[in-house]
Design a protein. Structure first.
Length: 277
């Protein structure tokens, strides 16, 4: 992979994240600059180390080290930035209906993570939020805080780029799957951990989605059920007001969640404005 990447870039940086094999030795022999983490710190930490080392680059390309990505497609990601069309380019396995070779269990989870990422981001619309094959214009580096140390970093960086108003473009990429290319982490636990982190981010940044929208739905359900149960009681179909009272509690709880979302929305906007000054 290093040799293929060197055909398209001036400098190849490999972050050895505490591996126990000969990754560092092989990468050095292939001509890469190798940065070593003594212990495994996670993909987010590896990206942070790599970005810091490449802080003076005009464009930074990221590729996963598991062989899924093809270096020959690097020019496809570089082109939108070179032409001034984008600040961040996301390589997508699923753009234009592609990705049929992706295992079905991966695709279902991917759809959930894509939706959550797009909702959490501002005007974000990507088809492959978990792609590790991306290009970044050099001036975008200050936008990224690298808070996540694990694979949640993929969604985090897209969300931060969208909030900063960076131009994000997707291009098609191909992917090779195989037994040797699976994450070391269980796909289910990986997906759940990413989703939880996205929802935590959404709780602060998009409280109208996280609280207010569900609250409004609960209010409507509570009102409809209250009217139905109360009508049944008046017509003699029910001998107790307990169902009506329970439906009323649903309405009250929904109202509480709705107003919580509205308050948090105002607070988060205020904090964002203060931090932006």
């Amino acid at each position: 992979m290093v040799l293929g990447t060197r055909q398209h870039v001036l400098r190849v940086i490999v972050v050895d994240d505490g591996s126990s094999d000969k990754t560092a030795e092989i990468a050095k022999l292939a001509g890469a600059e190798v940065l070593i983490h003594p212990n495994n710190r996670g993909k987010g930490a590896a990206l942070k180390t790599g970005f810091q080392a490449a802080k003076d680059a005009n464009i930074i390309i990221t590729l996963d080290s598991d062989g899924q990505h093809h270096p020959r497609e690097i020019p496809r990601l570089l082109e939108p930035i070179i032409n001034g069309e984008a600040d961040v380019v996301n390589g997508s396995r699923y753009l234009n209906g592609n990705g049929k070779e992706t295992p079905s269990y991966r695709r279902v989870g991917q759809n959930v993570l894509d939706t959550a990422t797009n909702i959490s981001g501002k005007n974000l619309d990507v088809t492959d939020s978990q792609s590790g094959f991306r290009a970044f214009a050099g001036h975008t580096l200050p936008v990224f805080r690298f808070r996540s140390s694990d694979y949640t970093i993929e969604s985090e960086m897209l969300i931060e780029a969208a909030k900063a108003g960076l131009r994000i473009k997707e291009v098609e990429i191909s992917t090779t799957y195989g037994e040797e290319n699976h994450h070391k982490k269980n796909p289910l636990s990986h997906g759940v951990s990413v989703l939880v982190r996205i929802l935590q981010d959404m709780e602060f940044n998009r409280p109208l989605y996280y609280f207010t929208l569900p609250g409004v739905v609960m209010i409507l359900i509570g009102i409809i059920l209250s009217l139905k149960f109360f009508t049944d009681y008046l017509s003699g179909g029910s001998t107790t007001l307990l169902p009506t009272a329970l439906a009323g509690l649903v309405t009250i709880f929904g109202s509480f969640i709705t107003f919580t979302g509205l308050i948090l929305h105002s607070v988060s906007r205020m904090i964002i404005r203060v931090m932006g000054k």
